[in-house]
Ligand binder design. Structure first.
Ligand SMILES: Cc1cc2nc3c(=O)[nH]c(=O)nc-3n(C[C@H](O)[C@H](O)[C@H](O)COP(=O)(O)OP(=O)(O)OC[C@H]3O[C@@H](n4cnc5c(N)ncnc54)[C@H](O)[C@@H]3O)c2cc1C
Length: 277
């Protein structure tokens, strides 16, 4: 049954400092950014919490900038902003590409990068991109800030290391050497959750990450090692289908996901070879 919105309360801090104090002193509170995931939860009655913290007014969480060679993306950055950002298109074009595949223009206008990361769905489209970029999640509480390597952020299905008194304030992306590649496979070209989503970088040691094939987004180090050490594509595909743990669910079957993952690996390898890496 849909959640009765009239029973919910929403606190609206004006600054990040105020938001973090409220989170510490008046919690538990659920952060609310673009509300695209949360609203779906209200619709299906799957969000039991009743008290929310509105992040929309926090200017400190917006903006895309460079700090030295590092790209710093505020947690409230929307997909539309990612798609339009010259910095993102230059530094991490596959993040702009992944953003184009999210939902519809309406979702791209509201949904945020921080929300995609915090929501922790294994199907989140930006997550394989951040995994191969070896990004860092910047978490802040009233008392301290800490930086968590993206590869350590998820601890299980929809579980993260974020504490309830912390907000994601930014995602930091170091320089990424090598050709970048992204592909999402879903039921339709738009408004579809992925059956398999893959991001990869063709570097001397290739980096490959997949979504929708395990409880969390995953890097596939054994597959990467085969390619780095000059193994054949067929050998890498055989390792890949063994390295992922897809399941049968409403959207697809494990067998289909294994097959498509192998095909995507082949496509990544041939596309990036043709581009002359
Ligand atoms: C119709 C539709 C289509 C969609 N299509 C796609 C798609 O194709 N691909 C895809 O990946 N996703 C898709 N989504 C999911 C969703 O749009 C994204 O995950 C989006 O990025 C969520 O961002 P948000 O700002 O709306 O998050 P919200 O709904 O506001 O929050 C989501 C979760 O993150 C937490 N949170 C948000 N910001 C922070 C923060 N800064 N710090 C700590 N916690 C935080 C919230 O507490 C909540 O648990 C779709 C959703 C809908 C409704």
């Amino acid at each position: 049954m849909a959640t009765a919105l009239s029973r919910l309360s929403l606190l609206q801090p004006r600054t990040l400092g105020e938001a973090l104090r409220v989170l510490r002193d008046e919690g538990p509170l659920v952060p609310l950014a673009g509300c695209t995931d949360l609203y779906a939860g209200f619709h299906f009655g799957t969000v039991p919490e009743q008290r929310f913290l509105d992040l929309q007014g926090l200017r400190e969480l917006g903006g895309i900038r460079r700090r030295g060679e590092t790209l710093v993306i505020g947690a409230l950055t929307t997909y539309t902003e990612l798609i339009r950002s010259p910095l993102v298109r230059r530094h991490l074009p596959i993040l702009a590409e992944a953003s184009r595949w999210v939902g519809s223009p309406q979702i791209q206008n509201r949904g945020t990068l921080g929300g995609n990361v915090a929501n922790a769905s294994p199907a989140g489209d930006t997550l394989p991109v951040l995994a191969v970029a070896e990004a860092t999640v910047v978490l802040r509480s009233a008392d301290r800030e800490r930086r968590v390597p993206f590869g350590s952020f998820y601890t299980g299905y929809r579980q993260t290391v974020r504490r309830s008194d912390e907000l994601i304030v930014a995602i930091e992306v170091p320089p990424v050497e090598g050709r970048q590649w992204f592909r999402k496979v879903g039921t339709r070209a738009a408004q579809a959750i992925s059956k398999v989503v893959m991001a990869a970088v063709r570097a001397p040691r290739p980096r490959i990450a997949l979504g929708s094939v395990a409880p969390t987004v995953v890097r596939v180090p054994r597959t990467e090692a085969v390619l780095a050490e000059g193994g054949t594509l067929a050998e890498a595909q055989a390792v890949l289908v063994d390295e992922i743990q897809p399941i049968d669910d409403l959207r697809s079957t494990a067998a289909y996901r294994r097959r498509v993952s192998g095909n995507l690996l082949a496509r990544f390898w041939s596309d990036t070879a043709r581009q002359g890496t």
